[in-house]
Structure formats: C-alpha cells, structure tokens
Design a protein. Structure first.
Length: 98
C-alpha cells in the first residue's frame, strides 16, 4: 500500500450538529442526580462518516447536553454525555406532563 492509499484509509470524517431543545418542566437525566430547570438547552451530536457506501451516511458517536452546573455553581455550565434514547424519553415525559 502506498502512502497516499494509507492516508485515504486513515482519514475519518466527523461532524458535529448542534440543536436546541426546550423543556417546559424541570426534568431529570439518569446519572446526574439532580433536577434540571425548565428551559432551552443546546444538544451537540458528534457523528462519523460511514466509509465505503455509495451515499453519504453518518453514525452517531456521542451526544452531549449543556446544562447549568450543580449547586453551588449554578452560574456555570457543564457539558454532560447523554444517550439519544434518554434525551427522547425526557422530551416525551416533558411533552406529556400537564
């Protein structure tokens, strides 16, 4: 394998997507151990390209959510790792709450 061929195989194409999700009610996430206030939050999803297909396709490698810091540091923000299903569950619970 020549050097150019090795470089093509070693290249990993990644991208990050950012979206804003809004919760109308305080909510909890597994493993965080505290209630997060209602509000709008940024969710960042990292994805890597699946090589070798005849079309562009990506797989999710990480999902993070930016939330207020734990007391007494509530004026700071922290980025937490969250599963996409956990986020979907939290959104579903929020939407069904009175």
């Amino acid at each position: 394998m020549d050097a150019g061929s090795q470089q093509r195989h070693a290249r990993v194409t990644t991208r990050s997507r950012r979206e804003t999700v809004t919760f109308k009610h305080p909510f909890q996430l597994k493993g965080l151990g505290r209630l997060i206030p209602a509000g709008s939050y940024d969710v960042i999803t990292d994805e890597e390209m699946i090589e070798g297909l005849s079309f562009a396709s990506y797989r999710r490698t990480a999902t993070m959510m930016i939330v207020p810091g734990a007391p007494p540091h509530t004026s700071s923000m922290e980025m937490i790792s969250i599963g996409s299903l956990e986020l979907a569950d939290a959104q579903r619970i929020d939407a069904s709450a009175p």
